[in-house]
Write a protein that binds this ligand. Structure first.
Ligand code: GLC
Length: 482
């Protein structure tokens, strides 16, 4: 197809495109307003009264030095996979060896019975240990860092009360409960030779793993199925920890759980599509920020826009076609949008093929143009809103220059996510335009080290070390630390 005819064809839906641009574009002023509100909310979350962002203390009370040593297991209960690793922190500064295995996380477990989940996890751990250590009866128990990436209140580092499931999990009998005894009971029932040393969040792991190799790293972020960040706070700025009676400059990593930002819907520019996502989710009213940003929801947002433009607008896209596949909730994930944004062809032939194979829809040139623009708008909004959270932490801490370690499928795979986020940070923080494109930004969001592997091991190591030195804050089971 020649360019001219394509451009002509797209005229047909320009009104719809314009409307979507109006709905999904977040201007600089709005970004700044969101960021300022975010700073206040971070502070509220640290107060005794609390706010909607949990700001959970994690009992990680120092950065790594790079000289940590030892062998640790790490377990990551993510959304799609279970990953088990054995990490050896070597004598060489900031270096490690790692062996790992992945196990599928069966979809039915995510909404099934709690016992089945814990048993499955214990089986995977046992299998890993048997493969790598042989006879379990002859070995010493190994310390384990367990990455449990859901909001959990931690009165202790070896305890975690699940506040609520996020990211589409919905297993009865776990919310409001301490997950550690459930996990330990499953290990004990199978005789798995492991002692839990630390329960960690993926963001905290990301922060610590990244700081192990780069001392400029001050924030750990996940932009994946969910979206969240952790950073190091001073205990003196955490009124809800005043009872600890530690010196005000004692560090404490905070798992923000910023997905819950603006659950009150005061500043985020929500569209009707965001409202539908929320209403139809297992936890309406929760994770307002996350639902506009995270990978779990990007494809669904796109789908809702398409269905709406088919059903309710004068345009009637995909008119006369069977859109039953498109009508199925959560049928598109963020990789579908990535593929659309990555289509290198002017006539969007890859996108056309994608619609054909995945949805059984034949999209005409005008529709393809609309599809591409919608993906760009949704992806750009996600990146720009994410930057507000990063900017808010930097503003709160007074960081004018630092590195931010980021991980997750959206950060690593979604096209232009990094550049769009960096551009938004520039606007929010009023940086002058770069004179040399190679110049570093004052605050750079960079690919993180492996948080749920190396980070979990480091946190286990840091915890064992501080217990040895007599810092028993947040230790529930000292017997596990010898
Ligand atoms: C969700 C979880 C949070 C996690 C994030 C990224 O927001 O609540 O604990 O850090 O997803 O995985």
């Amino acid at each position: 197809m020649c360019l001219g005819s394509f451009a002509d064809a797209s005229q047909g839906l320009s009104k719809e495109i314009e409307q979507l641009e109006g709905l999904f574009t977040v201007e600089t002023q709005k970004l700044k307003q969101i960021t300022d509100h975010f700073v206040n909310e971070l502070e509220k979350g640290l107060s005794v009264k609390g706010g909607s962002i949990p700001m959970n203390p994690t009992w990680v009370m120092s950065y790594p030095t790079g000289y940590e040593t030892g062998t640790f297991l790490a377990l990551d209960m993510g959304g799609t996979n279970l990953r088990v690793c054995q990490i050896t922190l070597t004598d060489q500064k900031s270096e490690f060896d790692i062996i790992q295995s992945k196990y599928r996380m069966p979809e039915e477990l995510k909404t099934g019975q709690a016992d089945e989940l814990w048993e499955y996890i214990a089986d995977c751990l046992m299998q890993f240990i048997e493969t790598h250590h042989g006879d379990v009866s002859k070995m010493d128990t190994l310390p384990l860092g367990f990455t449990f990436s859901y909001p959990a209140t931690q009165n202790y580092i070896d305890e975690g009360v699940l506040q609520r499931w996020t990211k589409g999990f919905d297993i009865a009998g776990v919310e409001g409960e301490n997950v550690v005894p459930m996990f330990e009971a499953a290990l004990a029932a199978k005789g798995v030779p492991i002692k839990l040393t630390a329960l960690i969040n993926d963001t905290t792991g990301t922060l610590i793993a990244s700081a192990y190799t780069d001392t400029k790293m001050k924030i750990g972020c996940i932009f994946g199925t969910g979206c969240n960040a952790a950073y190091m706070e001073d205990c003196g700025s955490i009124p809800k920890l005043a009872h600890l009676d530690v010196s005000p400059d004692t560090p404490m990593a905070i798992n923000c759980e910023w997905g819950a930002f603006d659950n009150e819907h005061l500043v985020l520019p929500r569209t009707q599509y965001d409202v539908t996502i929320d209403n139809e989710s297992p936890r309406p009213g929760q994770q307002a920020f996350e639902k506009m940003i995270a990978g779990l929801y990007l494809g669904e947002l796109f789908r809702l826009v398409m269905v709406d433009l088919h059903d309710n607008h004068s345009a009637h896209i995909f008119s006369g076609q069977d859109i039953s596949k498109l009508r199925r909730p959560y049928t598109l994930d963020s990789s579908f949008l990535s593929a659309i944004e990555e289509d290198p062809f002017e006539n969007l032939s890859e996108t056309r093929d994608l619609f054909h194979t995945k949805l059984g829809i034949e999209a005409n040139p005008a529709e393809l143009e609309l599809v591409r623009r919608t993906a760009e708008l949704i992806g750009t909004r996600a990146a720009r809103l994410s930057a507000c959270g990063v900017a808010a932490i930097c503003k709160k801490k007074g960081y004018t220059s630092c590195h931010v370690g980021a991980d997750g499928s959206v950060f690593n795979k979604y096209p232009h996510f990094k550049a769009r986020g960096a551009q938004a940070l520039r606007e929010i923080l009023d940086w002058p335009e770069k004179t040399d494109p190679k110049e570093e930004d004052p605050i750079e969001i960079l690919a993180a080290e492996d948080g749920s592997g190396v980070g979990a091991a480091l946190i286990a190591a840091l915890t064992l070390k501080r217990v040895k030195e007599g810092n028993m804050h947040g230790i529930l089971h000292p017997e596990n630390f010898h």
